[in-house]
Structures are given as structure tokens and as C-alpha cells.
Design a protein around this ligand. Structure first.
Ligand SMILES: [Zn+2]
Length: 66
């Protein structure tokens, strides 16, 4: 199955959500880095994606020394 990178953080290895994908006409993916969930039509895996839940990008290391 072709896999697109995460639309938010470009993580190249998102996780497929098999349970949701099995019953839907789309492939569901979840990014382990930022938590974004999205889906793509099974018959057009490189077509437009639909973001279901937008994740949050990891914060860069803080330089705050208080
Ligand atoms: Zn991501």
C-alpha cells in the first residue's frame, strides 16, 4: 500500500489505522509524531487527502533557563 508523508510534519512513515480502513472506502492514517489523522480514497491513494484531526507539531527544545 502506498503511503503519503504526514501532511503536517512530513513524517514519512505514518501508521495505517487498520480497523477504520477495513470498513471505510478510504485509507486512514495516523502520524505518531504530531498526532494528525487523515484519510485518502482507496481508489486514488495519491489523490487529495482529508484531514480528520489536526495534530500538534512537537515544540522545539526550550532555551528558557528561568
Ligand atoms: Zn505528523
Amino acid at each position: 500500500m502506498p503511503t503519503l508523508p504526514c501532511p503536517l510534519c512530513q513524517n514519512p512513515t505514518p501508521r495505517t489505522i487498520d480497523a477504520a480502513t477495513a470498513i471505510a472506502q478510504v485509507n486512514y492514517y495516523r502520524c505518531d509524531i504530531c498526532g494528525t489523522v487523515w484519510h485518502v480514497a482507496k481508489d486514488d491513494p495519491f489523490g487529495p487527502i482529508q484531514i480528520v484531526a489536526k495534530g500538534v507539531l512537537p515544540k522545539p527544545p526550550s532555551d528558557n533557563h528561568d
